[in-house]
Ligand binder design. Structure first.
Ligand code: SAH
Length: 196
């Protein structure tokens, strides 16, 4: 599958119906998700691998990994509403993904993890449990963070015996549904790191 075809497929992943600000439910745009998935695919982290999507929301990374030939693809999210939509999305796109509802601390592990976790804007340190889990339960993890917190992430990972390398940076626009954000559209700089 070409990257453009992956992007087109992921454009049809239905987003959150009623996103919960407390859970920082922002869907990753298809182009951004496809870019990260394709970078991982290019270095051998997806095809034939057991992949997990932590905090999967409506399933974009788990579904993308399945489309790119993961041997198993799993997603976990604490939100039952998100899991219901994720299952619909996988069915519509004709891929076999197991989606489970639960806290990320109870997730299984595998070869590769993708995660766009809460950035801790609403609940401080919400991203730590994701990082702990990914470090303990994967060979290679692709994790989204606010660019301004990369120093913290790098140190956190290093203190646990792994390395975080910068994969890509993006400008991300938080949807205006989150009324507590002062401006209707607020661009934030996000960075994806690969933890090995
Ligand atoms: N991965 C999706 C959603 C990102 S938003 C995407 O990229 O489009 C972050 C997701 O993490 C939300 O769906 C939220 O419900 C979930 N989440 C937040 N805290 C969680 C926790 N402790 N355990 C599992 N999921 C959690």
């Amino acid at each position: 599958m070409r990257k453009r075809d992956l992007e087109i497929a992921l454009e049809s992943v239905k987003p959150f119906e009623d996103p919960d600000p407390a859970l920082e439910q922002y869907a990753t745009p298809a182009t951004m998700a496809a870019d990260v998935l394709f970078r991982a695919y290019s270095v051998g982290d997806v095809a034939g691998k057991v992949v997990w999507d932590y905090g999967c929301g409506t399933g974009v990374f788990a579904i993308g990994a399945a489309l790119l030939g993961a041997s198993e693809s799993h997603g976990i999210d604490v939100s039952p509403a998100a899991i219901a939509i994720a299952r619909e999305n996988a069915e519509r796109l004709g891929v076999d993904v197991s989606f489970v509802q639960g806290d990320v601390s109870s997730a299984g592990g595998g070869d590769t993890v993708f995660m766009n976790p809460p950035f801790g804007c609403q609940n401080r340190n919400a991203d730590r449990v994701f990082l702990e889990k990914a470090i303990a339960c994967s060979e290679s993890a692709y994790s989204f963070h606010m660019e301004s917190t990369l120093g913290f992430v790098t140190d956190f990972v290093a203190a646990r015996g792994k390395e975080a390398a910068l994969v890509a940076t993006y400008k991300y626009y938080i949807p205006h549904t989150f009324t507590f954000h002062r401006r209707t559209k607020q661009g934030i700089d996000v960075a994806v790191v690969n933890i090995r």
